[in-house]
Design a protein around this ligand. Sequence first.
Ligand code: HEM
Length: 386
Amino acid sequence: VSTDLVLDPRSYGYHENPFDHYRRLREEAPLYWNDELQFWALSRYEDVAQASADWRSFCSGAGVTLRGPHRPPQMISQDPPRHTVLRSLVRKSFTARSVGRLELDIRGLCRHLLEDLGDRRTFDCISEYAELVPMAVISWVLGMDDGGDVKFHQLMNRFLHRTPGTSEPTADGLAAEAEALTYITGLLDDPQATRPHSLVRAIGTAARDEVISRPEAIGMVFQLLIAGFETTKKLVGNAIVALHRAPAQRALILGDPALIANAIEETLRFDGPTPHMFRTATAEATRYGRTIREGDKVMLLFASANRDERRWPQPDVFDVTRDTRGHVGFGHGIHLCLGAALARLEARIALEVFLKRFAEFNIVESRRSHTDNNRGFSRLTIETNG
Ligand code: HEM
């Protein structure tokens, strides 16, 4: 491996354009070792899909980031049987059928947010649109009446931000996390704070009945809030950017809005909000003549798998008519994104409503957000004439 091939997930330059790195990794080092940060990386589609499906050999229980398992515990960093207990508890609330009931409300919310802009021709489509949708929607799903008021999304933005060259939250970020956890504890303890028969109440009841522990209940609400918010907002932003850069694709969609659902899938493949997750090897494994030892960290590069020329024709072309089946933008295997149906619904409607109002738009300023494992924008200033 040439020494100039460095995969550093903390680097702002890498956040800007990871795709050249991925291409070289797939070609030159399909099993790559980062000596400084002590992790392996798999970048080819077959390898990422295979390791994601094999949770016994590549487990999540020791954490899915370089920081170790989440505290309080979350299903994403648990293995069976605990993972099964946690996921089963909330699974039904996230089926396509359950979330489909929210379609009209989501559409109403998206329209309302754009109507609120009045005659303005310039706005930030992240903080004034894309970020407000998932926050409100996950609050409805959880049954928190004041989800919009607590400015939870600002706490999350602070918690997720990383300064250059670090993978740890800032002191301000940790303070925001503590505030969020205190708020969640309050929600679980105060019957007035959530609706009867709501998901938060069900999670609280499961803790009182000792089906799950109290830290698991807090971790569950925290994860549902954070996972549903950050990624969906980025998916909408990344889709808007991709369509801005590919006017011919935008024209296709404007001519046939039924393509929007697949444009969202293509965005998940082409520029998905969750580029990677880590696993830990539970036994020795050999790939490409090199040995992964038990206990080693292994990065699964979903975003690289989704651009693998061995799997996708013309992988670097954004094509809203492509057969996107099999992309790993929501992961793969037992941890396949629990909120996939909800994210698809929200993103599709947010994009439909946006394009209906603004067939023509320009992006006049963009600012990338810098987090541990999410890819997307914290600011996208849009200029429109309509
Ligand atoms: C575009 C939006 C989203 C993307 C790209 C995304 C991506 C992912 C990915 C890649 C994983 C797998 C992690 C792994 O294998 O270690 C995952 C898991 C998960 N996602 Fe999402 N997600 C999105 C939206 C949501 C939403 C709206 C929710 C709603 C609550 C959600 C909740 C979860 C949960 C709970 C898990 C853990 C599942 C498990 O461990 O069994 N996600 N997501």
